[in-house]
Every structure is written in C-alpha cells, then in structure tokens.
Design a protein around this ligand. Sequence first.
Ligand SMILES: C[S@@+](CC[C@H](N)C(=O)[O-])C[C@H]1O[C@@H](n2cnc3c(N)ncnc32)[C@H](O)[C@@H]1O
Length: 238
Amino acid sequence: MTATSSHNDHSHPDNADNSGVPDSVAAWEERYAEADDAIWSGNPNEALVAVVSEMTPGRVLDVGCGEGADIVWMAENGWDATGIDLSTTAIDRALGAAESRGATAEFVVADVSTWEPEDPDRRGGFDLVTGSFLHTRLPDTREELLTRVAAHVAPGGALLLVSHATMPPWAAEHSEKFEHGMDHHHELVSPNGDFALLIGASPDRWEIELADTRTREATSPSGEPAELEDAILLARRV
Ligand SMILES: C[S@@+](CC[C@H](N)C(=O)[O-])C[C@H]1O[C@@H](n2cnc3c(N)ncnc32)[C@H](O)[C@@H]1O
C-alpha cells in the first residue's frame, strides 16, 4: 500500500493563475503551517460516508482534500483515490495519514482552478468528485469554481458537495484570531443553490440524486459540543 504526492508543473500553486482567489495559497498554507498538529478532526464527514458507502468504488477525486480524512477513508474503502489541495502542509499531513493507515492514495499540491491530471485518461474521467467545505474567498466566484470541479466528472459520474449550511458558531472568533481574512467570503450554501450554479456553469446535463441539509454533532476548537448543519448535494452527470 502506498501514498504518493506530486506538484503538477502546469498548476503548481506558485505558478497558478489565482486571479479569482488572491492570496489563497499563502493564506491556507499559513493556516495549516502555524499549527503543530492537524487542524481538522481526522474523521471523514458523516454525510460523505453515508452517501459514498452506497456507491460502487471507482476513481474518486477529492477537491480541497485538506489533511485527507475523506480521501483516506475512500481509499480504504476500495476507491482509486486522488486528493488535491492548495496547501503543501495539508498534503504532507494527508500523505502521513494515508501511510499510517496503510492506504493507497495519490495526492497533488495544486489549485483545482487550473489543474489537469497528467494521465489523459483521468482528464474529465473521475467516477466521483467530492468537495467537503470547499469555498471561494471572493463573492460571486462559486459558479466558476463549480465549473472547474464539475469538469473532472466523467459521463455517468457523480459530484458530491458537502458545505456549511450555517456557519460554525466559533467561525467568526476563529477568523479574527487568525486575521487572515479567511472568513471574508465563507458563504453559506444550500444544496439547491449549488445545483442551480452547477446547471448554470456546466455545459453538461445533471440530475439531482440528493439535496439535503443534515445536522451533526461537532466539537468546537475549545472543546465545547456544537451542532453543525451541512448542505449536501449529490448530482449525477447524465
Ligand atoms: C475548509 S478546508 C476543508 C478540508 C477538507 N475537505 C475537510 O473537510 O477537512 C478547505 C480546503 O480547500 C482547499 N482549497 C481551497 N481552494 C482550493 C483550490 N482552488 N484548489 C485546491 N484546494 C483548495 C484549502 O487549502 C483547504 O484545505
């Protein structure tokens, strides 16, 4: 079992056209790098586990995979797994998570806005593309982001987006603490809103398989219990 990582020459974050997401690479990298340990729980998202468990494994791409909890879980469950993230530190932690669990996965440090897989078969060739809490830093750029993400889905494949339907109660305090402006457009998402953007953004035809808002228990960074609402969209490219 192996985990590998690469920087795509054509889409390395340092070279990427980040016109839609200025300073995103530096801001995310700083956010991860200034923490000694993982900043996320290390557990796969509940809704993702529930939805993906019903699917036949194939090729999956996790966009904005962060420290890899979702993609490592999918690798462990039979998927041919690739995770992509802007942050080198996040990808290093994802690699470490995969290796420590004996999971096989490929990781790429790149901006999904410009990245293309090196293997031509994988271009527009993923059976499933997932994005958990992927968001843009500027207003009115989510449709553009969804266009890029959706372009990786193969005909007949699926796109699964899990996003914040309401902000975690600690988000504002956390953003002030880090002063990265990471909150400046951490927009709230509804699954139907995402579907409307997807339809508007993509030249392909899509069908909704699931559009739902689900509540889950979470723990705040200071250890307090909290309830979070996730917006879940599962759309099939037909
Ligand atoms: C809120 S975190 C979520 C991480 C992970 N999906 C999870 O649920 O724990 C969002 C992640 O998206 C990544 N990201 C944001 N914009 C991106 C882009 N354009 N291309 C690749 N990754 C991106 C960030 O670096 C960050 O790791």
